[in-house]
Every structure is written in structure tokens, then in C-alpha cells.
Design a protein around this ligand. Structure first.
Ligand code: COA
Length: 330
């Protein structure tokens, strides 16, 4: 098929959050921490935790149903499904295949994408290429995470940060605007700064590592912090400069919700007005890896913070290391 060069945009967004709320007060009873420490160091007050039997594909399917409804697109019009997750239901089959079945869709290519917290932006970028080239018409991109399943609940330096949830977007051709540009990157030399070895082929067999260390997320938080500020700032500038867009032109920056101090530092470097131009939901959601940016986008749209014609910037950073930024004219 020949490249169509058509505009590609987001036709609808949706999100899903599990019911259970875990507050900082709850965490005070679990590890040696305080609400005051968590609030001042991270900006997080509470996060959602999935039920024991609730999986990434369950949450993703719920978010996808909302996105399809908001896009006024039926499941039978979807011709590709991408699920960004680092907490898949199984090692295989992919969470995307399980989610496809839950949505009653069949025969379309469905696959998982692993780019940690940058996964939603990576997924939207991949979807865009298929639609732009004419190889797909409507692509469903879902970001779903059950980080509670890979959290070491005895480690106060990580368990305070993460939450569960799912966000989704339906992409398709648009008359004008849509995705104006994106920048994706990765640096595998930072792979040991944030990882979970669970079920990975490298830990099969005897290796002398404790099961907790193998099955849970491990992180060098303070080193990551500096990378996050630098890479999210660079990614944003790399994507907006060639487009001739100034930070003043951006209605809303919707970033990966890692830490309020990271986001304020990025906002300062970009010279934006954080009060009006920075979308935050981490106080009530925590860091949900790939799902963070997807849910933040869906919530910003639902709250009327993003309107037709607005220019928005998605910006994320995560394990890998990976990063991605994307400019969309709504
Ligand atoms: N409660 C109380 N004290 C805590 C704590 C907690 N929950 N977690 C860590 N501490 C302590 C540490 O033990 C350390 O004590 P010490 O000085 O006696 O050794 C002290 O607080 C400072 O630790 P440090 O790790 O330097 O804190 P920080 O200011 O860097 O904040 C993070 C820690 C994790 C909040 C911060 O580094 C961060 O958010 N990093 C980015 C992580 C991230 O976003 N990861 C995902 C990438 S997408």
C-alpha cells in the first residue's frame, strides 16, 4: 500500500481506575514512612490498587470500552490493538490478545509493547505510522498497569510511588491537525536503574537472587530523578523546535506523573506556567507507568482542559531507559 500522508489524530480517550484507594496513612502502617515525607518528596497522597483477580487486560478492556464510546467507534471498526504494559497478565499470550477477546474483536493484529512509562507515547506513535501509511484505519492503543503486583511492599523507597490503572485512545484519520510530531528515544545503558527481572529468561534456573528481588521492581530513585528531568526536558524541546512551536503555544503539557518535583523542574526548564500549562493527577493516582500519561490525557479531556484546536504536549520518561514526547493538535 502506498503512503497516504494523511493526518492522524486521537478520536476518543478513556480510562479505568480500580476501586481500592491506598492512602499515605495506609502506607504509614505498612512501612517506616510518613504522609509528610511522601507528600513533600513526591506530591502523591493516594493511589489505586487493583483487586487480586483484576489484571492488566481487565483494566485495559474497561478503559478501551470508554475510549471506543467516546470516539463513537464500534469494536468491529478497530483493525489493530497495541497494549503498552510492563505488568502483562502472562509472559504470553500477550495482554493485547487477551484484551482483544474481552472486547469481542477478532482477526486483527494485536501485540504488547514494552517501553515502561513511555509506553503510551510509543504506542500512539506506532499506531500513527500504520494509519498514516494506509495499513490501518482505526487503531486502539491501551496502556494498562498493575504495578501493585510487582511492588516490594516492604521497600519504602518504591512502594510509596506506584499505583494501578488503565488508559486508552482510539486513533484514526482526521481532516487536519492531529499528531504534529513526536520524538522517541532509549538508552539501554541505564537499564539497571529501574527494572523487574520477574519471569525473564535471564533469571531462569539457579542464580542466587532472592525471590522478592527477582519478582519486584528495583530502582535507583535519586539517579533516575536527574535523568528524568534532563530527558523529559530534552524530549519536549526536540519535538517542538522543528515544528516552530513555542512553549507559550502549548495549551497543556500532559506528562508522565512520576514525581511533582520532577515535573516542576521540567516545567521550570521549559519556562511554562505550571499553574495553567501543566496537567497533574499524581496526587490521587501516583505513578502508573505507561498508564499514567494515558489516564492523564483522558482525564484532561474529560475535565474540558483540552478543546478542539488546542496544542498539547505529551512527555514521558521511564525504565529502559526510554523517553518520548509528542505534540498533538486536538
Ligand atoms: N519515607 C521516609 N524516608 C524515606 C522514604 C520514605 N518512603 N524513602 C526513602 N527514604 C529515605 C532514604 O532512606 C534516605 O534516607 P538516608 O538519607 O538516611 O539514607 C532519604 O529518605 C533520602 O533518600 P533519597 O532516595 O535520596 O530521596 P529522594 O529525595 O531522591 O526521593 C524518590 C526518593 C524515590 C521519591 C525520588 O528519588 C524519585 O521520585 N525519583 C524518581 C523515581 C521515579 O520517578 N521512578 C520512575 C521513573 S518513571
Amino acid at each position: 500500500m502506498t503512503e497516504t500522508g494523511r493526518h492522524v489524530g486521537i478520536l476518543g480517550t478513556g480510562s479505568y481506575l480500580p476501586e481500592k484507594v491506598l492512602t499515605n496513612a495506609d502506607l504509614e502502617r505498612m512501612v517506616d514512612t510518613t504522609d509528610e515525607w511522601i507528600t513533600t518528596r513526591t506530591g502523591i497522597k493516594e493511589r489505586r490498587i487493583a483487586a487480586d483477580d483484576e489484571t492488566a487486560s481487565d483494566m485495559g478492556a474497561a478503559a478501551a470500552r470508554n475510549a471506543l464510546a467516546n470516539a463513537s467507534i464500534g469494536p468491529d471498526s478497530i483493525d489493530m490493538i497495541i497494549v503498552a504494559t510492563i505488568t502483562p497478565d502472562n509472559y504470553f499470550p500477550s495482554t493485547a490478545c487477551l484484551l482483544q477477546h474481552k472486547l469481542g474483536i477478532s482477526d486483527v493484529p494485536s501485540f504488547d509493547l514494552s517501553a515502561a512509562c513511555s509506553g503510551f507515547i510509543y504506542g500512539v506513535s506506532v499506531a500513527k505510522q500504520f494509519i498514516r501509511s494506509g495499513h490501518a484505519e482505526h487503531v486502539l492503543v491501551v496502556a494498562s498497569e498493575k504495578l501493585s503486583a510487582i511492588t516490594d511492599w516492604s521497600d519504602r523507597s518504591t512502594c510509596i510511588l506506584f499505583g494501578d490503572g488503565a488508559g486508552a485512545a482510539v486513533l484514526g484519520p482526521v481532516d487536519n491537525g492531529g499528531i504534529l510530531g513526536e520524538h522517541l528515544g532509549s538508552d539501554g545503558s541505564g537499564g539497571d536503574l529501574l527494572y523487574c527481572r520477574a519471569t525473564a529468561s535471564r533469571v531462569n534456573g539457579p542464580h542466587g537472587v532472592s525471590p522478592v528481588a527477582v519478582n519486584t521492581l528495583q530502582m535507583q530513585g535519586n539517579v533516575l530523578f536527574k535523568h528524568a528531568v534532563r530527558l523529559m526536558t530534552d524530549a519536549a524541546l526536540t519535538v517542538i523546535k522543528p515544528l516552530g512551536i513555542k512553549t507559550d503555544d502549548i495549551k497543556l503539557i500532559i506528562p508522565h506523573q512520576a514525581n511533582i518535583r520532577i515535573l516542576n523542574a521540567v516545567g521550570k526548564k521549559l519556562g511554562i506556567d505550571a499553574e495553567t500549562q501543566l496537567y497533574l493527577n499524581l496526587e490521587k493516582r501516583g505513578n502508573m507507568s505507561a498508564a499514567s500519561t494515558a489516564i492523564a490525557l483522558a482525564e484532561a479531556v474529560e475535565e474540558g482542559r483540552v478543546e478542539k484546536g488546542d496544542i498539547i504536549l505529551l512527555d514521558a520518561f521511564g525504565g529502559g531507559l526510554t523517553w518520548g514526547a509528542m505534540v498533538i493538535q486536538w
